[in-house]
Design a protein around this ligand. Structure first.
Ligand code: NAP
Length: 326
């Protein structure tokens, strides 16, 4: 089994969770971490037993021993971080939202293809075992024709306006941070919407802290999606088909169980067990593709990542939200 040296960029919440996941994989070596300063890099390296702690992100990209880079910085830095990592000849897994807008995503995808390097949007729930279960059920047409999809991801954020969720300079807002999950699920199950309606509430900093979305599809299906930083919801999803419905219970980012309700039949319950914190599945998926010398993953294709960003661009046009530099 080939082992891969990972380099982690950024030392915040998600980089810690991702590192925890990586420690469970024999194939992964957490080889390097890059931070904006040495003390933070050292602390992170000590916590996760990483041999190389750098005081810049560039040093990670320049280290010839690093095979694949994980980007765990705020959204607005993803474009530059991914571009620099690819330019340094590294394969890349980048946190969601992949970029701020579709134009940035297109440029990164073109660069990865030119350089023949692996690139993927870290849409971690697609690599959890439950996602395959739902996909198989849909393929078997257990629900009949898929007519309606409903999903939400919302939490109450009692944080100051400097926090990245509300900070416009850091690509803040509920849509890019939370809305991307229901949108990505709708994309997985129904494809790209042909019609998009949306309504939002704005926070003091001018970014959205609540968005309700209605998508129409050429098939006739409809999706009702939501996200908010103002209140907590069940954070679940339901797929309604012509023969029955399927509920994804618990949070859509890491569901607890799935139930299938077919008309006139007993409800079926499917458990969704996880190993570790469930962040290791996406890392495993990356290394599977590297073993096969492939530069994208069929479960999270780059064209779909661009489409998801285009959908969010359209919603932002609807709610009149732009970010600095756009
Ligand atoms: N997949 C998931 O479940 C999940 C969960 C949470 C977040 N995320 C995504 O991960 C990304 C980071 O989120 P997070 O919650 O981990 O953020 P965070 O805790 O604020 O950490 C972000 C890290 O990025 C680096 N950074 C570089 N420039 C920065 C700046 N100007 N301000 C703040 N940090 C800066 C910092 O690391 P250094 O100081 O070491 O350079 C910081 O520790 C976001 O894009 C978010 O959407 C994903």
């Amino acid at each position: 089994m080939k082992k891969y040296n990972w380099g982690i960029i950024g030392t915040g919440t998600i980089s810690n969770l991702f590192a925890e996941g990586l420690t469970t994989l024999d194939q992964a070596i957490i080889y390097a971490v890059g931070s904006r300063n040495q003390a933070t890099a050292d602390r992170f390296a000590e916590k996760w037993q990483i041999s190389h702690a750098y005081d810049s992100y560039e040093a990670v990209y320049a280290d010839p021993e690093v095979d694949v880079v994980y980007i765990g910085t705020p959204h607005n830095f993803h474009f530059q971080n991914v571009r620099d990592a690819l330019t340094g000849g590294k394969h890349v897994l980048c946190e969601k939202p992949f970029t701020i807008n579709a134009a940035e995503a297109r440029e990164l995808v073109a660069l990865a293809r030119r350089k023949n390097l692996f690139l993927m949007d870290a849409m971690w729930n697609r690599f959890q075992p439950w996602f395959q279960v739902v996909n198989d059920l849909l393929k078997e047409e257990r629900l009949g024709e898929l007519l309606h999809f409903k999903a939400d991801l919302s939490f109450r954020f009692d944080v100051g306006s400097e926090h990245r969720i509300y900070n416009r300079d850091l690509g803040g807002g509920a849509l890019l941070d939370l809305g991307v999950y229901p949108i990505a699920l709708a994309s997985a199950f129904l494809g790209k919407p042909s019609e998009i309606k949306s309504m939002s509430h704005l926070y003091d900093t001018g970014v959205d802290d609540q968005v309700s979305m209605l998508f129409g599809y050429t098939s006739g299906a409809i999706a009702e999606l939501g996200c908010s930083a103002r209140y907590l919801t069940k954070n679940n999803a339901t797929l309604h088909g012509s023969r029955g419905f399927l509920e994804i219970h618990g949070m859509i980012i890491r569901p607890e169980k799935i139930t299938i309700h077919e008309q006139g039949q007993e409800m079926i319950e499917i458990d969704t067990p996880y190993t570790s914190n469930a962040y290791q599945y996406e890392a495993e998926a990356v290394m599977e593709m590297l073993d096969l010398e492939r530069i994208e993953h069929p479960l999270m294709p780059l064209e779909e990542t661009i489409e998801i960003m285009e959908t969010m661009d359209q919603i932002r046009r609807n709610i009149k939200l732009t970010y600095p530099g756009e």
